[in-house]
Design a protein around this ligand. Structure first.
Ligand SMILES: NC(=O)c1ccc[n+]([C@@H]2O[C@H](COP(=O)([O-])OP(=O)(O)OC[C@H]3O[C@@H](n4cnc5c(N)ncnc54)[C@H](O)[C@@H]3O)[C@@H](O)[C@H]2O)c1
Ligand SMILES: [Zn+2]
Length: 392
């Protein structure tokens, strides 16, 4: 006889809510937004705060640490800075090992932050991923305020719910889903950002526009030259529109923690992640995504999902703003003679679980999911893009 099993279904949901602000001069002494945001859950309570700043931001903004200290002094009735702001290694290389994440955790331990204390992270996507991972692990989660400092982190990663570092030869292999307590976007940080990261971040705007917002795609194409020339007003509207589209996706696609029901906004990313690893992380994420978009756009054109004119419009916009459409690494072959980039398809499937799912524009402004990719067409795309770059 089969024994009866007792089954109890445990079910609950946890609401998440975080404000995202867009502006300038957020560290000006008379701007109380940051202090107010930290106190928003328990007004009147004086919270302990530890600040970590991306080493690249510190190197190019020499006064920024003093500015943060002065800010917290000026708002000392509402917030207590536990120590001078600390440097956290910036850039993708810092995500390659656990060192930076462990340093942040150790420092939080040394300063005895509790679960209701705050960590403020100022930096690019890599530094935010590192501090975010550390903050999400300490005490199983310390509150985190993000102040993204790059085009990519302001328009994409900084407003999202993920953290992560690279491990075992795979990008973002170790990470957590950990929504921030709040996000403060200060456009002034972009002034010191090296050009390659400035334009690299624009590729994520193209990504989301091409599968979500055709009018935004047209805006990006029309302003390609201005973006390449660091037009501040244009980049601010690109950052805001991109951030809003990413926020909307997380909020309304029904699967913010990517359990499988909805896809992350990862058009162009299967090859991008592989190219980053193949380059030893010399190729920036934004540049890799641009190449990935160019390649998957070729695929979408060949599959009849976008027309030739649209495909050419994409490539021309990238060329005018300074984003790459092809890199030599695409031609690298393994000992079996196969192109190494193609392994990215299987790694991508494994990272997200389930069957392979690649999003393609179909048409521009709408994404369609495909579950098989014809490697011969990808090869053809690599040849096509290479020939266009060589002018042959
Ligand atoms: N967690 C997510 O959801 C998510 C989403 C997309 C991308 N990402 C990750 O984000 C990373 C890329 O981020 P990124 O493009 O912001 O680059 P980055 O964080 O790697 O920073 C690039 C360089 O710029 C420096 N820097 C940062 N801000 C600066 C400033 N204002 N002035 C001068 N220098 C500055 C950094 O020190 C670094 O050297 C990748 O690792 C990518 O995987 C994460
Ligand atoms: Zn990306």
């Amino acid at each position: 006889m089969v024994e009866m099993m007792r089954e109890v279904i445990q079910s609950f949901s946890v609401p998440f809510e975080y404000p995202v602000y867009f502006g300038r001069d957020l560290l000006a002494l008379d701007n109380d937004l940051l202090a107010r945001t930290i106190g928003r859950l328990e007004p009147g309570r004086r919270h302990r705060v530890q600040v970590f700043i991306d080493s690249g931001v510190l190197a190019t903004n020499p006064g920024v640490a003093d500015c943060v200290t002065a800010y917290f002094d000026a708002h000392g009735d509402a917030v207590e800075l536990v120590d001078a702001p600390e440097s956290v290694a910036g850039g993708e290389q810092a995500k390659n090992s656990r060192d930076a994440t462990e340093q942040v955790m150790e420092s939080i331990a040394d300063h005895h932050l509790c679960r209701q204390s705050y960590v403020v992270a100022i930096g690019g996507g890599s530094a935010l991923d590192i501090v975010g991972l550390a903050a999400s692990l300490v005490h199983r989660g310390v509150r985190l305020v993000r102040m993204p400092s790059t085009v990519l982190s302001q328009g994409d990663s900084g407003v999202g719910v993920k953290t992560g570092i690279d491990a075992y030869g795979m990008k973002n292999f170790a990470g957590t889903f950990a929504p921030p307590d709040s996000v403060l976007i200060d456009y002034h940080f972009l002034r010191t950002l090296p050009w390659s990261y400035w334009i690299g971040g624009v590729s994520e705007a193209f990504k989301v526009a091409m599968i979500r917002d055709a009018a935004f795609f047209d805006f990006l194409c029309e302003n390609a030259e201005a973006l390449g020339k660091r037009d501040e007003l244009v980049i601010e509207s690109v950052v805001e529109r991109s951030a809003l589209l990413h926020l909307e996706h997380i909020r309304s696609a029904g699967d913010p923690f990517e359990f499988g029901k909805a896809r992350p906004l990862d058009f162009g990313h299967w090859s991008a992640h592989r190219l980053e690893v193949l380059s030893g992380y010399e190729l920036g994420h934004g540049q890799a995504v641009a190449v990935g978009i160019a390649l998957d756009s070729f695929y979408a054109w060949r599959a009849g999902r976008i027309d030739e004119q649209t495909f050419d419009k994409i490539l021309s916009a990238f060329e005018r703003c300074g984003l790459p459409i092809w890199v030599r690494l695409l031609d690298r072959r393994g000992s079996d003679g196969c192109r190494e980039v193609l392994r990215g398809l299987e790694e991508f499937r494994e990272h997200l679980g389930g069957e392979l799912t690649v999003t393609l524009p179909s048409p521009i402004g709408q994404g369609a999911e495909v579950h098989t990719m014809d490697e011969a067409v990808i090869e053809e795309g690599i040849e096509f893009l290479g020939a266009r770059v060589r002018g042959s």
